[in-house]
Design a protein around this ligand. Structure first.
Ligand code: KIV
Length: 266
């Protein structure tokens, strides 16, 4: 096994100009497969609400559900830095609420960091978390927990006012102590600007080539979740079709009395 990835490793990669690789995972099996393949950072994303639970948005996901997923992934992950996503309304009410829930992700989920969506308004919370020893990853651009406020899935930061606000939010989050920043669905030029101005690394998803690293929802990369098609997703496999074919072949074999064979029987 290569050396364990820590927050300091992620920061050093930016300093050394080495791209950071990141992917989501939601259970033990995918956790160990993705970890063994050598990804730097594994995010237990609240996108599990979409791809595992079948919700239309990430909003219904609860802290208890996220902790279950985090604990499952944790058992499989040895090398990568494990980050847990804080779900909608688990950190927005009060700093005390945010600290309590982040603490659960670290203690019960054995995550090594948490991720929160939002800009300057979450900085007092970020500051407090960092103060007590909880590393925080930020998330700007299209932040899925605000889908209803945004009124859809459009790219964020296209106009000057929105772009300026995003840059200010990025600096404010860096000052508050985040160790990295996800930029989702942001024009490539704006993501490049932000990445070049920050000391901490940016991790892009639909934010072009010039971020310091890239992340995708693993089910998208595997071609496992094929209900939505985003322009920024590259499918490296087509597991959905492979699974459909495997299940069909299995059913055919049962119906034709081809399964189980003698070798597969006691
Ligand atoms: O929940 C998630 O999977 C995420 C990534 C898209 C960054 O937040």
């Amino acid at each position: 096994m290569n050396k364990k990835v820590r927050v300091s490793t992620i920061l050093k990669k930016k300093a050394d100009g080495i791209k950071i690789t990141a992917l989501t995972a939601y259970d033990y099996t995918f956790g160990y497969l993705i970890d063994e393949a050598g990804v730097d950072l594994i995010l237990v994303g609240d996108s599990c609400g979409n791809v595992c639970a079948g919700h239309e948005t990430t909003l219904p996901v609860t802290v208890d559900e996220m902790i279950y997923h985090t604990r499952s992934v944790r058992r499989g992950v040895k090398r990568a830095l494990l980050v847990a996503d804080m779900p909608f309304m688990s950190y927005q009410e009060t700093i005390e609420q945010a600290l309590h829930n982040a603490g659960r992700f670290m203690k019960e989920g054995r995550a090594e960091a948490v991720k929160m969506e939002g800009g300057a308004h979450i900085c007092p919370t970020v500051r407090k978390m960092v103060e007590v020893g909880i590393p925080v990853m930020g998330h700007l651009g299209f932040t899925p927990q605000s889908v209803h406020e945004f009124g859809g899935y459009r790219v964020r930061g296209k106009d000057e006012q929105e772009a300026d606000r995003m840059k200010n939010d990025a600096f404010a989050l860096q000052d508050a102590g985040i160790f990295s920043l996800v930029l989702e669905k942001v024009p490539s030029k704006l993501a490049k600007d932000i990445s070049e101005s920050l000391k901490i690394p940016t991790i892009g998803i639909g934010a072009g080539l010039f971020c310091d690293g890239q992340i995708l929802v693993s089910y998208d990369l595997f071609g496992l979740y094929d209900k939505m098609n985003f322009k920024f997703v590259r499918r490296y496999a087509n597991l959905a079709d492979e699974i459909r074919t495997a299940v069909k072949n299995y059913c055919d074999d049962i119906k034709n009395s081809d399964f189980p064979s003698q070798d597969e029987s006691y």
